[in-house]
Design a protein around this ligand. Structure first.
Ligand code: UDP
Length: 252
């Protein structure tokens, strides 16, 4: 049987949330066999989000992370921890993938995820806003063997693995092994606070695998872009005069 996909999305209320969740939901709906979408909101699970998720037709679980982010750099970390705990508690068997709500995903990506046996990674195309440049982050491969990394940001050169949050996925069975995590089951899996901005992914991945030899580069050759990491958020959005909708999510 083909592996189940558990797609984890951290999301929070802001002007484009409904647009992002709808866009992602519509891609996920096309994936066959169906994926399980674990969506984690901050503070409260809003009725608007729930309705939106229901209308996408995707099988979902709507969770909440009450803990507030202690700083901007936490972006979604607590929420991903809640999802990981849920996956562990309910023994959700499959390939776990962190899909941020604002990225752009190809269908082929989700097909490729099912090929992963333990830990898979691939290059993600990103937009460097300040330079208006497209950059790559992720593995350089010989077949499916990872032999190096694309990285462009000098400040991040010290990272062990140059992978974007949306550029890897892993088998949930890795989470079952208590010895691997060196601690009792309930502690957070993703490190916080002590981790510098830009180091979250590598810190987490270092807990999943020892080195490149345990990674599967995909698709073979790692020469295809399967998803884009964009920065499309519009901050401080101004609504037109006479706008009658009360909440951002109602605008759908
Ligand atoms: N996110 C969240 N709460 C926050 C900030 C971000 O749930 O306070 C989510 C956001 O919806 C997205 C993911 O975390 O799914 C990554 O956020 P963002 O795109 O802002 O991070 P970046 O692209 O800069 O890494």
């Amino acid at each position: 049987p083909r592996k189940q996909l558990v797609v984890v999305t951290a999301t929070y209320n802001r002007a484009m949330q409904a647009y992002f969740l709808n866009r992602l939901g519509q891609v996920l709906r096309l994936v066959q066999p169906p994926v399980l979408w674990v969506v984690v909101e901050t503070k409260a699970a809003s009725a608007e989000t729930d309705e939106l998720l229901r209308k996408t037709g995707v099988v979902y679980r709507h969770l909440v992370c009450a803990k507030n982010a202690s700083s901007v750099k936490d972006r979604g970390v607590h929420q991903r921890n809640v999802a990981l705990d849920h996956i562990r508690l309910h023994r959700l068997d499959g390939i776990v993938y962190f899909a941020d709500d604002d990225n752009v995903y190809s269908l082929q990506l989700f097909e490729s995820l099912r090929e992963i046996s333990r830990f898979g990674t691939w290059p993600v195309a990103m937009l460097a806003q300040s330079k208006n440049k497209a950059l790559l982050e992720g593995p350089v491969c010989n077949g499916s063997q990872v032999i190096g990394w694309h990285t462009n940001e000098k400040s991040k050169k010290l990272r062990r693995f140059h992978v974007d949050m949306s550029g890897f996925a892993f088998n949930s069975t890795i989470l079952w092994d208590p010895k691997k995590w060196h601690r009792p089951t309930c502690n957070p899996i993703m490190q916080l606070d002590t981790v510098k901005e830009g180091f979250q992914e590598t810190t987490f991945i270092e807990q999943l695998v020892e080195d490149e030899s345990q990674m599967e580069g995909m698709p073979p050759g790692c020469s295809k872009i399967l998803n884009w990491h964009l920065h499309l958020d519009s901050r401080n959005l101004v609504y037109p005069k006479g706008w009658v909708l009360q909440k951002n999510l109602d605008a759908v």
